[in-house]
Design a protein around this ligand. Structure first.
Ligand code: ACO
Ligand code: ATP
Length: 766
């Protein structure tokens, strides 16, 4: 080999240390040559084996080894050298996590196939993109092509071609000597002890700690946002320590206890520094001599202990369900620390859904963003590369560029993967919009967008800028064998709607028609509610109804199909259900468990395009209406009443059984509505009527929102009178009972048979 890879690695390491930055070394070529070079490099670098990690399939070196799938174990830790073996596969998510864990002065080493061949390689991750009826050979290599381009274009990245013994780039940037930055100084006026500020490593961290001082007052919230490794957990820890030293009880929660390690370390150090032996420090509890404390509790447990805490700190808030965050808002003084641009899709739920709730709450909010990295110098070229390669900082266009967008000004555009690859601006805007609008978009999704054969993207663009984007997945057209396999309990990749309709809802034919699921849709926040989202759905429908472009490959021989149905599945909120209903989608299912990330029940909706699609939609809508009452008193007994109302309202009025109450049942219902009859003695008779009404939504019957919620909570969900009266703010259970009787009057009027109307006439006031 002509290239001195060892000498190169030594120079890179020396430069990295000098600049407190990282450097990246790509060893491209034959795998064995790569490992030989790597071993020589590790032998010569003065890096302890304990600070080195090999991320790859085999434990081939003497250092720590883990496979790419468990790269998340490295999150929050730091290593001096990490080598990643990408010969068998490359998981985009793992690449992000690994890059984030390399310390300032450290090296990231990639063992890669010859760069020219790399895009054509297929590994396990690619196999996961081969969603039936597509096959592995349909998966493309654009993500890797783009990755190679970024490796070649960015500073700080050395590339050695081991097969040709050629140095492609030396990665040396010859950084200007760093001026020794003075220690950051505490703010002039502060309430926390000076030591809390002296423990800070950057001036951003000082500002973050200072932001926590606002929690000395009541009805305050602090939101701390930062990219990974900006020292946000540590800042929260220093603040927690300061509160505990002042005798306050601090409750800390995070998705997992290990997320709070740094917080407890900093808090413990501060308390010990100021109180010495008077403080007891454990890994989940700290108690100060002043009577203060810091305690970690799991999120669900924390929600039940808000009363006993003075200050509540939520770390990695974006990774918690929105419903949990909302419950935590019951705390009077509360801080949320959260990662933006996380490598693990560390959610946007926080910004997407929770921010609004926070703004509506009584808390005065102090915002703080930490920019300066802690583990390495600002402007580190490897971070710059990772952000670009994985689009961690992709953003929708800035507001002024799209401010005038309206359905009349926009153009419908297919976002072909090749165009996205060629036009980074377009890719950034489209992906940025998807990231901002969805609580879990991660680097793997970028690869999916570029390479998965079942996915398509469509957008509306205003003046060349993306204002609304939709990600579409082809589903269905599954072979008889695949359908039987699903029916018998086997799993299929992708195909979310056919999968649920077949395996859970026991419809073996559900995977036959061709469908297109709107996986995600998002409108730029500055131009929502102008009809753009609806316009995009309409244009998609038009395109795919035309057959031509919308035709799909089938698992059965070479035949092609037009799309039979459009569908969607999402965390159900009344507003979103309404949006989809207005666009012609009807609910066919509500999941029986809440989504871990959003804390919401998912709704599945269909809009038929052909007779086959209509048949599929009709039978599932029918079954949905038939089972809804039983579901409501069982798995969905805590479904938000407004979600239940909106879900039923979106169902086609022809769906479900016709009302078939016996004369006797009608007398019971009308007796409760008009006379001395009681709901409690025969609740079953009221249920089909409530469901029928909520589905039909007849124009001439006008129940109030509260009355409809009463139908859901009392009649369908079977909650007891006290709980219902309390929740719907009736003065007493008696008033609530009368209200239910009153609510049934218009229903008896509208649907009642002769037997029912007779009762009404008998009791009706003269
Ligand atoms: C499969 C999925 O992706 S579901 C998730 C959908 N995406 C998101 O939640 C991301 C954030 N939200 C958005 O990007 C947008 O609000 C979209 C995509 C839902 C709708 O896009 P828009 O361009 O605003 O749609 P459009 O103007 O055609 O329709 C808006 C109507 O939808 C309904 N609607 C949509 N979202 C909401 C909501 N969160 N709350 C209340 N109503 C809503 C309302 O009826 C609204 O009309 P209004 O503003 O007059 O009350
Ligand atoms: N004030 C400090 N004193 C000592 N070490 C610190 C301090 N601030 C940060 N660090 C160290 O820097 C690293 C990043 O800090 P921290 O975990 O607080 O940041 P973060 O923004 O929460 O990062 P991540 O998102 O990666 O968890 C940690 O290894 C931590 O130990």
């Amino acid at each position: 080999m002509d290239v001195d890879a060892v000498g190169l690695a030594e120079s890179l390491r020396e430069e990295a240390k000098r600049a407190n930055e990282r450097r990246l070394l790509v060893l491209a070529g034959d795998r064995e040559r790569g490992y030989d070079a790597l071993e020589s490099i590790l032998d010569s670098l003065s890096v302890p084996i304990t600070a080195t990690t090999l991320v790859g399939p085999e434990d081939r070196l003497r250092c720590e080894q883990l496979p790419q799938v468990t790269a998340s174990d490295l999150l929050g830790t730091t290593r001096e050298v990490i080598a990643v073996d990408t010969h068998d596969e490359l998981q985009p998510n793992a690449l992000g996590k690994v890059t984030g864990a390399v310390d300032g002065g450290g090296l990231l080493i990639l063992l890669a196939p010859p760069l020219e061949d790399w895009p054509d390689r297929r590994g396990e991750f690619d196999a996961s993109l081969a969603i039936p009826p597509f096959e592995l050979e349909d998966v493309t290599g654009r993500f890797r092509k783009r990755l190679v381009e970024t490796l070649r274009a960015h500073r700080g990245i050395a590339i050695v071609d081991l097969d040709d013994g050629r140095l492609e780039a030396d990665g040396l940037t010859d950084p200007a000597p760093r001026l020794p930055g003075g220690a950051p100084t505490p703010p002039p006026d502060h309430r926390f002890p000076t030591a809390a500020y002296e423990a800070c490593l950057t001036s951003d961290q000082i500002e973050a700690v200072a932001a926590f001082e606002s929690l000395c007052e009541d009805e305050r919230a602090v939101v701390l946002e930062a990219d990974r490794g900006r020292g946000k957990s540590s800042a929260a820890g220093l603040a927690a320590g300061a509160f505990a030293l002042a005798g306050e009880r601090v409750l800390v929660t995070a998705p997992a206890a290990r997320n709070a390690t740094e917080l407890f370390d900093r808090a413990g150090e501060l308390c010990e520094c100021l109180e010495g032996d008077a403080v007891t420090v454990g890994s989940r509890t700290i108690e100060t001599g002043a009577g203060g404390s810091i305690r970690f509790r799991e999120p669900s447990d924390a929600v039940d202990h808000l009363e006993s805490a003075d200050v509540v700190i939520v770390d990695e808030a974006a990774a918690l369900p929105v419903a949990t965050l909302e419950s935590l808002l019951a705390a009077d003084r509360v801080a949320f620390a959260t990662t933006i641009h996380g490598y693990e899709g560390a959610g946007r739920g926080f910004s997407v859904r929770f921010r609004d709730r926070l703004a509506e709450s009584d808390h005065e909010v102090t915002d703080c963003t930490l920019v300066e990295p802690i583990r390495y110098a600002a402007g580190d070229p490897i971070e710059v590369w990772a952000f670009r390669a994985l689009l961690l900082d992709a953003r929708p266009p800035v507001d002024p560029l799209v401010a005038d967008a309206a359905p009349e000004t926009v153009e419908y555009r297919r976002l072909e993967p090749d165009e996205l690859l060629a036009d980074d601006g377009l890719l950034r805007e489209a992906f940025g919009l998807l990231v901002l609008a969805h609580y879990r978009t991660e680097p793997n999704d970028l690869a999916r967008l570029l390479d998965a054969p079942n996915l398509e993207a469509r957008a509306l663009v205003h003046d060349g800028h993306v204002v609304t984007v939709a990600l579409l997945a082809r589903e269905g057209t599954l072979s008889r064998e695949t359908r039987a396999m699903m029916y018998e309990g086997g799993r299929v990749r992708g195909n979310m709607l056919p999968d649920v309709l077949t395996s859970q809802l026991r419809d073996e034919a559900a995977g036959e028609p061709a469908g297109l699921r709107v996986v995600r849709i998002a409108t730029h926040h500055a131009v929502r509610s102008r009809g753009l989202g609806s316009r995009l759905l309409e244009r998609i429908e038009r395109e795919f109804a035309d057959g031509g472009d919308g035709s799909v490959v089938s698992e059965n021989a070479d035949e092609t199909h037009a799309i039979d149905w459009l569908g969607t599945g999402f965390g159900a909120t009344p507003g979103l259900l309404e949006f989809w209903r207005e666009n012609g989608y009807g609910t066919v299912h509500v999941s029986t468990t809440r989504n871990d990330a959003s804390g919401e029940y998912s709704a599945l909706m269909l809009a038929p395009m052909t007779d086959e699609g209509t048949a599929l939609r009709d039978r599932h809508a029918d079954w949905f209406v038939r089972r809804f009452a039983a579901l409501s008193s069982d798995a969905l007994d805590d479904l938000e009443p407004d979600v239940a109302r909106a879900a039923l309202r979106s169902v086609d009025a022809d769906a479900g059984p016709p009302l078939a109450l016996t004369d006797h049942e009608w007398r019971v219902v009308a007796g409760a509505a008009y006379g001395p009859g009681l709901f409690d003695v025969d609740p079953g008779a009221f249920r089909p009527l409530a469901v029928r009404y909520l589905v039909d939504d007849p124009a001439t019957v006008d129940l109030t929102d509260r009355e409809e919620r009463l139908l859901v909570t009392r009649v369908l969900q079977g909650r007891d009178w006290d709980a219902v009266a309390d929740r719907l703010a009736y003065h007493s259970t008696g008033q609530c009972k009368r209200a239910l009787g009153d609510a049934f009057r218009p229903l008896v009027e509208y649907y009642g048979t002769d037997a029912a109307l007779e009762v009404r006439d008998r009791f009706a006031e003269p």
